[in-house]
Design a protein around this ligand. Structure first.
Ligand code: AMP
Ligand code: GLY
Length: 439
């Protein structure tokens, strides 16, 4: 009998998987896992309006992403072999710890490890201790101290809420006055308890790129770099968002550059986590700025980026499930090599009007896309009503993704697919990938 290269006999059985979360990232993860030939069933909890597709091997189950007890009960009832936790909130709340304690194999760090994202002060201290290239910073816990630092430095520092603030906790000030106003806002309660401590940071300059390392506590597999587009409007204008589109591999970071990031950022970070007694099994997401003096860390996250994940998943081979499982059990050395398609992947997000401040919701969505091996549509803020009608239910509604031999063709396919999606107020950037497109 031929042995499948994706079925190493030395890893445990892997047939039934649960993805925790309900965004576009989790839809993409469930889709990618279901492509592994050994996997019989993928559940997603709670999922979204596009994820209940038993015909495609994915079933949604209505369990909140932080409800550890219900997740454990589901895993036991369904004999789940691997749980992949998508978002930061359940990770920071200790859901991975709870599930692991009940004996499950979990891809996703412990609550202590998730501080890499959940506390910017903790994360900056780790970077400082491990000598990881990043902007100079001051951690402050009251307004008077913060203003004193600002006035002494007398430069427009970047002001960051310490805790999770749904991507809205950062102010990149152009003037000292703007920085002072952001400090006063944060201590005035704008971010709730997430802003009761702040990190003030030197402002860096350069293009940004996201790099993801899949870690088993000791070892890592580094994915191709991806470029996000954080601003709402064309030309990188307007407010910051969760991300309006992405592409990969981002040529900004050459193979050599990626190797530098591995050596100077990712490996020392995993080592520093280990020295703190943290067995980090999940994604280290390094948000980097490519400055004149080399790559510097802007932020760490403890999960895949959204929409970078949607962009990257179609480039990864079916070994992905085995790689995540091997990370979850601390044995990446047993995983098959992860194949990466030598293609360009383009992703454009369709948001609701009013996003990010107050997105319009409840509009019916029509989608008329042909099935294709190289084109995907992942849902995010969508909901299926009892009548069967699909409606918008969040800021970033869905994303279209396409792969081709070059970025021009990939973006042209993604944008033409977007024309076959409609809902009232659909909003998207026309210039995603402008860095790599010739037209
Ligand atoms: P963060 O949530 O930490 O990723 O910050 C959001 C955005 O603010 C980043 O994607 C950058 O565009 C910007 N930013 C954060 N830190 C800095 C910094 N030190 N210098 C310049 N821009 C920054
Ligand atoms: N796309 C940026 C993030 O996921 O944080």
């Amino acid at each position: 009998m031929a042995i499948s290269p994706t079925r190493p006999s030395n890893l445990p059985k892997l047939q039934r998987v649960l993805v925790v979360g309900g965004g576009g990232r989790e839809h993409a993860l469930a889709w990618a896992l279901q492509r592994c030939p050994e996997i019989e069933a993928v559940w997603i909890s709670p999922g979204n309006g596009g994820t209940n597709s038993p015909g495609a091997g994915i079933s949604a189950i209505a369990i909140a992403e932080t409800d550890s007890a219900a997740l454990i009960a589901h895993c036991q009832a369904e004999a789940i072999d691997l749980v992949v936790i998508g978002p930061e909130a359940p990770l920071a709340a200790g859901v991975a710890d709870d599930l692991r304690e009940s004996g499950l194999a979990v891809f996703g760090p412990s609550a202590t490890g998730a501080q890499l994202e959940a506390s910017k002060a903790w994360s900056k201290q780790l970077m400082r201790d491990a000598n990881i290239p990043t902007a100079g910073h001051w951690s402050v816990s009251n307004e008077a101290d913060a203003l004193k630092v600002l006035n002494t430095v007398d430069r427009p520092l970047v002001v960051k809420a310490d805790g999770l603030a749904a991507g809205k906790g950062v102010t990149v000030a152009d003037t000292v006055e703007q920085a002072a106003a952001a400090i006063q806002d944060a201590f005035g309660g704008r971010f709730g308890s997430a802003g009761s401590q702040l990190v003030l940071e030197e402002r860096l300059d350069g293009p940004e790129v996201s790099v993801f390392a899949l870690c088993d506590g000791e070892r890592m597999v580094v994915l191709p770099p991806a470029q996000d587009h954080k601003r709402l409007e064309d030309g990188d204008r307007g407010p910051n968002t969760g991300g309006m589109g992405a592409y990969a591999p981002a040529p900004l970071l050459s193979e050599e550059g990626l190797d530098t990031v591995r050596r100077t950022v990712l490996e020392p970070t995993l080592q520093a986590l280990k020295e703190r007694g943290i067995d980090y099994r999940g994604v280290i997401y390094a948000g980097l700025m490519l400055t004149a003096t080399g790559p510097q860390v802007i932020e760490f996250n403890c999960r895949f980026g959204d929409p970078e994940c949607q962009t990257l998943m179609p480039l990864l081979g079916p070994e992905l499930a085995r790689v995540l499982q091997a990370c979850a059990i601390g044995r990446l050395d047993l995983a098959p090599a992860l194949t990466i398609k030598p293609q360009c992947s383009a992703c454009v997000v369709a948001a609701a009007s009013g996003y990010p401040e107050s997105p319009r919701k409840g509009d019916p969505i029509t989608i008329d896309l042909p099935v294709s091996q190289t084109r995907q549509l992942f849902h995010a803020g969508t909901r299926r009503e009892e009548s069967g009608v699909l409606v918008s239910s969040g800021g970033r509604v869905l994303a279209v993704i396409a792969q081709a031999d070059d970025f021009d063709a990939a973006f042209s396919a993604a944008y033409s697919d977007l024309e076959r999606v409609s809902f009232e107020g659909i909003t998207y950037r026309r210039d995603i990938g402008h860095q790599v497109r010739s037209s």
